[in-house]
Design a protein around this ligand. Structure first.
Ligand code: ZN
Ligand code: ZN
Length: 340
């Protein structure tokens, strides 16, 4: 029976609506994120907003939360820019290393794939790595997400709060999500503070005002803590966008002293960097998880092996390596036959 691509997918993603929506394996954490956003807004609308400006602030908070939730869905339920896996290693990249030959009694060159290769980006050579799991040379700025087990274009990081990789196709919505959450946070903090001020005017002291509306104080404390997190993240990403860097590249440089792909290669000046993130067209997905696939094109067996415990992963990695070895040997033998 024909299967759809999401049914034989080798990454660890979760799908709903027959592959129309794709999530990371930790998508359950989305429930926590949703509660962290929705609960305080409900408390605000039902307890604080009704005292302020004929509930106008409650309506504003209502529309704002709708926008935040749509942006959250656009970030976590879409393909972040997954590069589809190859079924075989790229044969055109194989080099033959005779000094490393271990064949008994014969001087057969050992076929091997170089672990890195150089590509030119904006006139500057950039090293790209070979991904053993996906059997491809990663495009520049692409990294393999260990949580989802996929190579993702312009990989920024895997966000456990949205349960998805942040990459080429969802970075814009991710940034808009965290920045609108920051604005919502500031708004609720300010309105709760204003409510306490109005109550103080009515009852005489701040203590009496807090006693009258303790939830206003709770919301202020909650938003203050939350603001450090989302506000800090928004500022950090503003810096990253302005300098055209990804979180992954920034931390790689910090810990390794130098990055494989030097971030300055992509810097086109602050204005153009912002324009690239906010005004460029989102690249179409390279995958159609809803589409039917043929069994021999996808390798069902490996799809069924993927995921699972650490031991399972190790076994899969060994199988991957064996498979590459087998593929390379076949190519080598074919070339030998051709030479004869
Ligand atoms: Zn990969
Ligand atoms: Zn991921």
């Amino acid at each position: 029976m024909a299967k759809r691509q999401y049914e034989v997918w080798q990454g660890k993603n979760k799908f709903i609506f027959k592959g129309r929506l794709i999530f990371g394996p930790d998508a359950k954490s989305l429930i926590v994120t949703l509660l962290l956003i929705i609960v305080p807004v409900i408390i605000f609308c039902t307890n604080v907003a009704r005292n302020l400006f004929d509930e106008t602030s409650g309506n504003i908070a209502g529309y704002a939360i709708l926008m935040v939730l749509v942006l959250l869905l656009l970030t976590s339920a879409r393909d972040p820019g997954i590069v589809p896996r190859n079924l075989h290693p790229p044969t055109e990249e194989i080099c033959y290393d005779s000094s490393a030959s271990i064949d008994i009694g014969r001087q057969t060159p050992t076929p091997r794939l170089p672990p890195t290769k150089e590509v030119i980006v904006n006139g500057v050579p950039v090293r790209v790595k070979y991904c053993i799991t996906c059997q491809l040379y990663r495009p520049p700025r692409c990294s393999h997400c260990s949580v989802c087990d996929n190579c993702v274009e312009r990989f920024d990081h895997h966000c456990p709060w949205v349960g998805q990789c942040i990459g080429l196709r969802n970075y814009r919505s991710f940034f808009l999500f965290i920045s609108s959450s920051t604005i919502l946070c500031i708004f609720i903090f300010a309105m709760s503070a204003l409510n306490i001020k109005f109550l103080t005017d009515d009852y005489g002291t701040v203590w009496k005002a807090i006693k009258e509306s303790p939830l206003s104080l709770v919301l202020m404390v909650y938003c203050f803590i939350f603001l450090w997190f989302v506000g800090g993240l928004t500022c950090f990403h503003l810096y990253l966008i302005g300098t055209n860097q990804t979180t992954c590249e920034t931390f790689r440089i910090r810990y390794q002293g130098q990055g494989l792909a030097r971030p300055r290669v992509y810097d086109r000046g602050c204005f153009n960097n912002f324009r690239q993130v906010f005004c460029s067209k989102i690249k179409p997905s390279r995958n159609n998880f809803h589409a039917y696939v043929q069994e021999n094109e996808t390798g069902f067996g490996r799809a069924m092996n993927s995921g699972g415990d650490l031991e399972g992963n190790r076994r899969e990695k060994v199988e991957d390596d064996r498979e590459i070895g087998g593929d390379l040997l076949k190519i080598s033998q074919r070339r030998e036959a051709e030479d004869v």
